[in-house]
Ligand binder design. Sequence first.
Ligand code: CP
Ligand code: NVA
Length: 303
Amino acid sequence: MRHFLDLLDVSRDEIVHLLHEAAELKAGQERGQRKPVLLGRVLGLVFEKPSLRTRVSFQTAIAQLGGASVFLPGNETGLGSRESVPDFARTMSQYVDAVVLRTFSHQTIETFAAHATCPVINGLSDYSHPCQALGDLLTMQEVFGDVAGRTVVFVGDGNNVARSLAVGCGKLGAKFILAAPAGYGFDEPFLRVYRQQVPQGELLMNGEPAHAVAKADVIYTDVWASMGQEAERDERRRQFASYQVNGALMALAPKHARVMHCLPAHREEEVTSEVLDGDRSVVFQQAGNRMHAQKALLKWLLT
Ligand code: CP
Ligand code: NVA
């Protein structure tokens, strides 16, 4: 039995397989094919934080594959408060075939997985967002034909989304440049694990967005304050003020460069509407791809 807690645990070949499968499933669906390969299977979702994309794309993915889903808001079920995380995991994993967890602390997902008897999927933690990275890589593959050899410049916070994308890019041979203000880059423990597990990865953290985007194929951004960091929002607004992805920054990037964002976006904060809605933005294609990537993931974990 496999879990999907982090892209660090997934090999290059496995990621390539998942992307290939996702592209096939997407093409099949566009031809009107929906094979019920997960007939009768049930996916449980336990979310401590809000979600549109992750929740709906997983629930529709399992339904389109012939299965069903149960959604539990973590605060109502008392994950870790009404009963311990290990007790919750041991019980719930007898009812469902896989669980998607969205938590504040990554440790909660690891503890849950250590006690679950079914596959556990990280649907976002404070540390990583591997399902997002899968959809992002699928989108890059569609847009550029291949991920290898591309340069992704992430302008903003070295957060959960950035970590997972950096790992995915490193595994597939794309260069990843983080342009973050001092103090908001990748932390040392992550960099250590990255160097160990992705020794071939090209990862740079050289601050200046205007300089970094000059050779970008993808300019990626995300909110400056993630869920759980609301109290830091004003301070972060000040720190990130010169890290907005806007028309002026895009003018410094190659013509073919595309804009990506995991969404939800804070318009006119980390990205302007002009850029988000402009013809170089692929953010809604990217959002749509979450479902196709996760169908491949569910098929891989459950068959
Ligand atoms: N990108 C993403 O994970 O969106 P949600 O928070 O809406 O699930
Ligand atoms: N970094 C953001 C991503 C939301 C999908 C957050 O954690 O809130």
